[in-house]
Design a protein around this ligand. Sequence first.
Ligand SMILES: *[C@@H]1O[C@H](CO)[C@@H](O)[C@H](O)[C@H]1NC(C)=O
Ligand SMILES: *[C@@H]1O[C@H](CO)[C@@H](O)[C@H](O)[C@H]1NC(C)=O
Length: 212
Amino acid sequence: FLRPDLVACTFSGSVAISVAVSAPTRFLVLNALDLSVNRTSIRFQALEPTEVVFFKDDGVLVLGFAKQLPLGEGLLKMDFNGILNDQMRGFYRSKYQYKGKERNMAVTQFESVDARRCFPCWDEPAFKAKFKLTLEVPSELVALSNMPVANATFAGPIKTVHYQESPPMSTYLVAIVVGLFEYVEGMTTKGTRVRVYTQIGKSNQGKFALDV
Ligand SMILES: *[C@@H]1O[C@H](CO)[C@@H](O)[C@H](O)[C@H]1NC(C)=O
Ligand SMILES: *[C@@H]1O[C@H](CO)[C@@H](O)[C@H](O)[C@H]1NC(C)=O
Protein backbone atom coordinates (compact mmCIF):
# COMPACT_ATOMS: atom_id res chain seq x y z
CA PHE A 1 0.00 0.00 0.00
CA LEU A 2 1.34 3.42 -0.99
CA ARG A 3 -0.07 6.88 -0.47
CA PRO A 4 1.98 9.50 -2.37
CA ASP A 5 1.50 13.19 -1.52
CA LEU A 6 2.33 15.03 -4.75
CA VAL A 7 2.23 18.45 -3.11
CA ALA A 8 4.44 17.74 -0.09
CA CYS A 9 6.53 15.28 -2.18
CA THR A 10 6.37 12.57 0.45
CA PHE A 11 4.78 9.15 0.64
CA SER A 12 3.63 6.74 3.28
CA GLY A 13 3.00 3.06 2.90
CA SER A 14 2.79 -0.36 4.43
CA VAL A 15 3.88 -3.83 3.37
CA ALA A 16 2.64 -7.28 4.24
CA ILE A 17 5.21 -9.76 2.93
CA SER A 18 4.70 -13.49 2.98
CA VAL A 19 8.00 -14.94 4.22
CA ALA A 20 8.88 -18.63 4.35
CA VAL A 21 11.25 -19.36 7.24
CA SER A 22 13.00 -22.53 6.12
CA ALA A 23 15.75 -22.89 8.75
CA PRO A 24 16.04 -21.91 12.41
CA THR A 25 16.91 -18.23 12.77
CA ARG A 26 16.29 -15.28 15.02
CA PHE A 27 16.75 -12.71 12.24
CA LEU A 28 15.01 -11.38 9.17
CA VAL A 29 17.38 -9.51 6.85
CA LEU A 30 15.86 -7.49 4.03
CA ASN A 31 16.40 -4.31 2.03
CA ALA A 32 15.24 -0.78 2.85
CA LEU A 33 16.94 2.50 2.05
CA ASP A 34 16.10 6.14 2.78
CA LEU A 35 12.81 5.01 4.31
CA SER A 36 11.64 5.97 7.74
CA VAL A 37 10.24 2.71 9.10
CA ASN A 38 7.85 2.94 12.03
CA ARG A 39 9.56 0.53 14.41
CA THR A 40 6.56 -0.09 16.61
CA SER A 41 4.55 -1.20 13.57
CA ILE A 42 6.91 -4.08 12.71
CA ARG A 43 5.47 -7.56 13.23
CA PHE A 44 6.34 -11.02 12.01
CA GLN A 45 3.11 -12.84 12.73
CA ALA A 46 2.46 -11.58 16.29
CA LEU A 47 6.16 -11.20 17.13
CA GLU A 48 7.77 -7.80 17.65
CA PRO A 49 11.48 -7.47 16.87
CA THR A 50 13.73 -6.63 19.80
CA GLU A 51 16.40 -5.18 17.50
CA VAL A 52 15.86 -3.02 14.40
CA VAL A 53 19.12 -2.03 12.71
CA PHE A 54 19.70 -0.22 9.42
CA PHE A 55 22.94 -0.70 7.49
CA LYS A 56 22.67 2.33 5.24
CA ASP A 57 25.73 1.63 3.08
CA ASP A 58 24.29 -1.77 2.15
CA GLY A 59 20.63 -0.72 2.02
CA VAL A 60 19.92 -3.48 4.52
CA LEU A 61 17.46 -3.68 7.40
CA VAL A 62 18.04 -6.34 10.08
CA LEU A 63 15.21 -7.38 12.38
CA GLY A 64 16.29 -9.36 15.42
CA PHE A 65 13.75 -11.28 17.48
CA ALA A 66 14.05 -12.53 21.05
CA LYS A 67 13.45 -16.14 20.05
CA GLN A 68 13.82 -18.29 16.97
CA LEU A 69 11.12 -17.68 14.42
CA PRO A 70 8.50 -20.35 13.80
CA LEU A 71 9.35 -22.40 10.71
CA GLY A 72 7.00 -22.08 7.77
CA GLU A 73 5.20 -19.20 6.20
CA GLY A 74 4.43 -16.01 8.09
CA LEU A 75 3.44 -12.44 7.35
CA LEU A 76 5.95 -9.63 7.91
CA LYS A 77 4.25 -6.26 8.28
CA MET A 78 5.50 -2.72 8.72
CA ASP A 79 4.59 0.91 8.03
CA PHE A 80 6.97 3.45 6.62
CA ASN A 81 7.37 6.96 5.18
CA GLY A 82 9.58 8.31 2.44
CA ILE A 83 10.33 11.33 0.30
CA LEU A 84 9.47 11.60 -3.40
CA ASN A 85 13.06 12.40 -4.31
CA ASP A 86 14.60 14.37 -7.18
CA GLN A 87 17.18 11.68 -8.01
CA MET A 88 15.18 9.88 -10.71
CA ARG A 89 15.42 6.58 -8.87
CA GLY A 90 13.23 4.78 -6.38
CA PHE A 91 9.89 6.58 -5.98
CA TYR A 92 10.54 10.07 -7.28
CA ARG A 93 8.95 13.32 -8.34
CA SER A 94 8.89 14.47 -11.94
CA LYS A 95 7.43 17.76 -13.18
CA TYR A 96 5.13 18.73 -16.04
CA GLN A 97 3.05 21.69 -17.16
CA TYR A 98 -0.73 21.72 -16.93
CA LYS A 99 -2.73 24.81 -17.89
CA GLY A 100 0.40 26.93 -17.57
CA LYS A 101 1.20 25.67 -14.09
CA GLU A 102 3.88 23.31 -12.89
CA ARG A 103 2.56 20.04 -11.46
CA ASN A 104 4.24 17.03 -9.89
CA MET A 105 3.86 13.43 -10.90
CA ALA A 106 5.07 10.44 -8.87
CA VAL A 107 7.10 7.91 -10.82
CA THR A 108 9.12 4.79 -10.05
CA GLN A 109 12.40 3.62 -11.54
CA PHE A 110 13.67 0.61 -9.60
CA GLU A 111 16.13 -1.17 -11.85
CA SER A 112 18.41 -2.49 -10.59
CA VAL A 113 18.36 -2.04 -6.78
CA ASP A 114 16.09 0.92 -6.01
CA ALA A 115 12.79 -0.75 -5.07
CA ARG A 116 14.20 -0.67 -1.53
CA ARG A 117 13.86 3.13 -1.67
CA CYS A 118 10.09 2.74 -2.07
CA PHE A 119 9.20 -0.18 0.19
CA PRO A 120 11.02 -2.71 2.40
CA CYS A 121 11.55 -5.86 0.34
CA TRP A 122 13.95 -8.56 -0.73
CA ASP A 123 15.41 -6.47 -3.53
CA GLU A 124 17.24 -9.22 -5.42
CA PRO A 125 16.40 -10.09 -9.03
CA ALA A 126 16.48 -13.81 -8.25
CA PHE A 127 13.86 -13.49 -5.47
CA LYS A 128 10.61 -13.31 -7.38
CA ALA A 129 7.28 -12.62 -5.75
CA LYS A 130 3.70 -11.84 -6.68
CA PHE A 131 2.84 -8.21 -6.00
CA LYS A 132 -0.58 -6.92 -5.06
CA LEU A 133 -0.50 -3.14 -5.01
CA THR A 134 -2.93 -0.63 -3.58
CA LEU A 135 -2.54 3.11 -4.22
CA GLU A 136 -4.33 5.92 -2.45
CA VAL A 137 -4.26 9.04 -4.63
CA PRO A 138 -6.27 12.17 -5.44
CA SER A 139 -9.42 11.11 -7.30
CA GLU A 140 -8.73 13.22 -10.40
CA LEU A 141 -5.31 11.66 -11.09
CA VAL A 142 -4.42 8.69 -13.25
CA ALA A 143 -2.70 5.96 -11.22
CA LEU A 144 -0.93 3.30 -13.27
CA SER A 145 0.84 0.16 -12.16
CA ASN A 146 1.94 -3.13 -13.70
CA MET A 147 -1.42 -4.82 -13.55
CA PRO A 148 -5.00 -3.89 -14.53
CA VAL A 149 -7.16 -2.27 -11.85
CA ALA A 150 -9.10 -4.84 -9.80
CA ASN A 151 -11.38 -2.23 -8.22
CA ALA A 152 -11.36 1.37 -7.08
CA THR A 153 -13.29 3.07 -4.29
CA PHE A 154 -13.84 6.80 -4.10
CA ALA A 155 -14.06 8.78 -0.86
CA GLY A 156 -14.56 12.37 -2.04
CA PRO A 157 -11.22 13.79 -3.17
CA ILE A 158 -9.36 10.52 -2.54
CA LYS A 159 -9.53 7.22 -4.39
CA THR A 160 -8.15 3.86 -3.38
CA VAL A 161 -7.10 1.74 -6.33
CA HIS A 162 -6.46 -2.00 -5.96
CA TYR A 163 -4.55 -3.72 -8.73
CA GLN A 164 -4.74 -7.36 -9.72
CA GLU A 165 -2.00 -9.62 -8.41
CA SER A 166 1.05 -9.73 -10.67
CA PRO A 167 2.77 -12.88 -11.93
CA PRO A 168 5.94 -13.78 -10.01
CA MET A 169 8.50 -11.10 -10.83
CA SER A 170 11.56 -9.28 -9.50
CA THR A 171 11.15 -6.18 -7.34
CA TYR A 172 12.86 -3.99 -9.94
CA LEU A 173 9.95 -4.55 -12.35
CA VAL A 174 7.35 -3.03 -10.01
CA ALA A 175 6.16 0.23 -11.57
CA ILE A 176 3.91 3.06 -10.45
CA VAL A 177 3.03 6.36 -12.15
CA VAL A 178 0.61 8.92 -10.68
CA GLY A 179 -0.31 12.16 -12.43
CA LEU A 180 -2.59 13.80 -14.99
CA PHE A 181 -2.30 11.97 -18.31
CA GLU A 182 -4.08 11.19 -21.52
CA TYR A 183 -3.31 8.31 -23.85
CA VAL A 184 -3.45 6.90 -27.33
CA GLU A 185 -4.37 3.26 -27.66
CA GLY A 186 -4.00 0.45 -30.16
CA MET A 187 -4.16 -3.34 -30.44
CA THR A 188 -1.34 -5.64 -31.45
CA THR A 189 -2.12 -8.19 -34.16
CA LYS A 190 -2.39 -10.72 -31.31
CA GLY A 191 -5.08 -8.65 -29.58
CA THR A 192 -3.04 -7.11 -26.77
CA ARG A 193 -4.18 -3.61 -25.87
CA VAL A 194 -1.27 -1.13 -25.79
CA ARG A 195 -1.43 2.43 -24.53
CA VAL A 196 1.03 5.29 -24.59
CA TYR A 197 0.35 7.83 -21.85
CA THR A 198 1.43 11.45 -22.24
CA GLN A 199 0.93 14.82 -20.64
CA ILE A 200 -2.51 16.31 -21.26
CA GLY A 201 -2.58 17.80 -24.78
CA LYS A 202 0.44 15.85 -26.02
CA SER A 203 -1.03 12.48 -26.95
CA ASN A 204 -0.35 13.21 -30.65
CA GLN A 205 3.30 12.87 -29.76
CA GLY A 206 2.62 9.34 -28.49
CA LYS A 207 1.45 7.96 -31.83
CA PHE A 208 4.88 7.07 -33.19
CA ALA A 209 5.75 5.30 -29.93
CA LEU A 210 2.44 3.43 -30.13
CA ASP A 211 3.15 2.28 -33.71
CA VAL A 212 6.64 1.12 -32.77
C1 LIG B 1 3.61 3.57 14.41
O1 LIG B 1 2.89 2.36 14.47
C2 LIG B 1 2.14 2.22 15.66
C3 LIG B 1 1.58 0.81 15.68
O2 LIG B 1 0.92 0.49 14.48
C4 LIG B 1 1.07 3.30 15.71
O3 LIG B 1 0.31 3.19 16.89
C5 LIG B 1 1.74 4.67 15.65
O4 LIG B 1 0.77 5.69 15.56
C6 LIG B 1 2.66 4.76 14.46
N1 LIG B 1 3.46 5.99 14.55
C7 LIG B 1 3.51 6.89 13.56
C8 LIG B 1 4.40 8.06 13.82
O5 LIG B 1 2.88 6.76 12.51
C1 LIG C 1 -10.53 -5.15 -4.53
O1 LIG C 1 -9.41 -5.81 -5.10
C2 LIG C 1 -8.49 -6.30 -4.14
C3 LIG C 1 -7.29 -6.82 -4.91
O2 LIG C 1 -7.61 -7.82 -5.81
C4 LIG C 1 -9.16 -7.36 -3.27
O3 LIG C 1 -8.28 -7.82 -2.29
C5 LIG C 1 -10.39 -6.74 -2.61
O4 LIG C 1 -11.09 -7.73 -1.91
C6 LIG C 1 -11.30 -6.12 -3.66
N1 LIG C 1 -12.39 -5.41 -2.99
C7 LIG C 1 -13.63 -5.44 -3.44
C8 LIG C 1 -14.61 -4.63 -2.67
O5 LIG C 1 -13.96 -6.12 -4.40
